[in-house]
Design a protein around this ligand. Structure first.
Ligand SMILES: Cc1cc2nc3c(=O)[nH]c(=O)nc-3n(C[C@H](O)[C@H](O)[C@H](O)COP(=O)(O)OP(=O)(O)OC[C@H]3O[C@@H](n4cnc5c(N)ncnc54)[C@H](O)[C@@H]3O)c2cc1C
Length: 499
């Protein structure tokens, strides 16, 4: 490519990158987007998602602003609740142990609704998240846990709509194009070295947006930064997020930021492939554990399965499974809660055993101390507060009392056959550590000064998530900062052109 045939180069091909590219283009910038993956695997982790967006909303009116075809029946039969700025900020603070950067958090929260509306205006269709985040209880859906909408068609639908918009608006999309280094001159960052089919070339632009994801697909970095054992975690999404964007920026003087030893990780099918499968992205998810007991190789419970809605615990429980002997566990259910389990529990490839008695089930659960497991179930059943009614849509307080590890909500006795158990291990979703940015998405150097011409958005930004994560904030944060990054990068490039 000739010198400066574009104004802004966006590195990455997922949601954050596409938001940045669309937003830069809206400002009149000529944009090149570099996606390392081939076209049929484009879209990064974003393509593997359920497409959920956590936004501030005040119920049906906000939902209708992005789901205009909401039917009267849906409105009558649904309690969307509301989700305020304060609740969102509180959730981000609480689950990250008050470590999250308050300025970044505030930017995500306050711009969340308008950004979902902006995406809607760019052709992304949204639908209410019935089923996963609202169980039908006593004839009515009631939403819990803060997310009410998802992109139609999930992550694939989201990314498809974003690529269609990018093509329509004349963004130059290059597949199989791996950025390997940033080019710097006196004025700051002025280009990117790109490798395509083994050939390197230099592309120059007025500004660069990095949106190349975290390092979760890099086995070596996982072990180096997350710690021993993490080499063995399954990757839930794309194989292309190996930390390139982070490394390139650090080489250019950027400041590492956030929790480099932390990540989002979940219960995941024990024998799932090493990477996610784009045509069946969430079939290996095992998120029904709040209605289960989870036991390890010793046949013992090791975590409060009902500590909170799954949306607020799932992202930290993968690590706890990884830490168990052999890095596996079993989710155990009886027939009363089968209807609350998502389709993935019934998917091909699930490691499942079933039996009409706990003793028989124990014998079928591979690699588990059967005698101890039977004792665990007996003790658990005996410790339940039966006077509190069960309700999956609220934190019902139906708990156990007096166990070494109590269950705080949704404790139902395991006494109604058939019983089923599912083997899980740890699936890593994305890493928390990354680059330091300000709220205008400038990448900052170690003295907290912006590196001229360099912007970042998405999973490669550090400082927002620590220890845990409120479900559906990743796409939201990537969209908010991607949109800002595109606008800021375009302004910088235009100014540089005029100078
Ligand atoms: C199974 C699953 C389900 C999820 N569900 C949800 C959900 O419902 N809601 C939610 O908010 N979050 C969800 N997440 C998290 C979500 O995926 C991320 O927060 C979000 O997609 C991050 O977007 P991103 O654009 O930063 O990264 P990605 O979408 O991962 O994009 C990174 C891009 O960079 C490209 N790339 C990497 N290196 C280079 C390079 N050197 N040169 C050029 N390109 C490069 C990759 O190919 C990829 O296209 C889920 C994740 C998974 C895995």
């Amino acid at each position: 490519m000739n010198d400066r045939l574009c104004d802004v180069i966006v590195v990455g091909g997922g949601n954050a990158a596409l938001c940045a590219a669309l937003s830069a283009r809206e400002q009149g910038a000529r944009v090149v987007l570099l996606e390392r993956a081939p076209q049929d695997q484009r879209g990064g982790n974003s393509a593997y998602t359920g497409g959920g967006f956590r936004m501030v909303h005040d119920g049906v009116e906000t939902v209708r602003s992005v789901v205009p075809d909401l039917t009267d029946g849906e409105i009558v039969n649904t309690d969307f609740g509301s989700y305020t700025v304060e609740q969102y900020l509180d959730d981000l603070g609480r689950v990250t142990q008050w470590s999250c950067d308050p300025d970044l958090a505030e930017a995500v929260v306050r711009k969340s609704t308008q950004t979902v509306q902006w995406l809607h205006g760019r052709g992304v269709r949204f639908v209410p998240r019935f089923g996963r985040y609202a169980f039908k209880h006593e004839g009515k859906f009631k939403f819990f846990g803060g997310t009410v909408v998802e992109a139609a068609g999930g992550g694939r639908g989201l990314v498809q709509a974003e690529y269609a918009a990018a093509e329509k608006h004349g963004i130059d999309i290059r597949y199989d194009a791996r950025a390997t280094a940033l080019i710097r001159d006196r004025g700051g960052v002025s280009g990117v070295r790109v490798e395509t089919e083994g050939v390197e070339e230099d592309l120059h632009a007025g500004a660069i947006v990095l949106a190349a994801g975290g390092f979760e697909a890099n086995r070596e970095w996982r072990t180096r930064y997350l710690g021993p054992g993490w080499d063995m975690a399954k990757v839930r999404g794309t194989r292309y997020n190996t930390g390139d964007g982070i490394r390139m920026a650090l080489d250019a003087g950027a400041q590492p930021h956030g929790q480099w030893s932390g990540c989002h990780s979940v219960s995941w099918e024990r024998y799932a492939p090493d990477f996610g499968e784009l045509d069946r992205p969430i079939t290996a998810s095992r998120n029904g554990y709040p209605f289960s007991i989870m036991v390890n190789a010793h046949g013992k419970r090791f975590v409060d399965e009902g500590a909170d809605f799954r949306n607020y615990t799932y992202a930290k429980y993968g690590r706890i499974v990884l830490e168990q002997p052999g890095s596996y566990a079993w989710h155990v259910f009886d027939t009363q809660v089968q209807h609350l389990l998502h389709d993935e529990y019934r998917s091909k490839g699930a490691t499942k055993v079933q039996a009409d008695s706990i003793e028989e089930l124990a014998a079928r659960m591979e690699d588990v101390d059967a005698a101890q497991f039977i004792r665990t179930v007996r003790e658990y059943n005996a410790a339940i507060r039966h006077d509190v009614p069960f309700n999956p849509n609220v934190k019902d307080g139906r708990c156990t009392q007096g166990l070494a590890v109590d269950k705080s909500n949704w404790a139902l006795a395991l006494d109604q056959p058939p019983f089923s158990a599912y083997a899980v291990t740890c699936g890593i979703t994305f890493t928390f550590g990354g680059l330091k940015i300000d709220t205008a998405t400038h990448v900052l150097d170690i003295a907290d000064r912006p590196i001229a011409g360099l912007y970042a958005a998405g999973e490669l930004v550090g400082g927002l998530f620590y220890f845990n994560y409120p479900g559906s904030s990743g796409l939201m944060a990537g969209s908010v900062f991607g949109r800002i990054a595109g606008r800021e990068a375009a302004a910088h490039a235009m100014q540089a052109k005029r100078a």
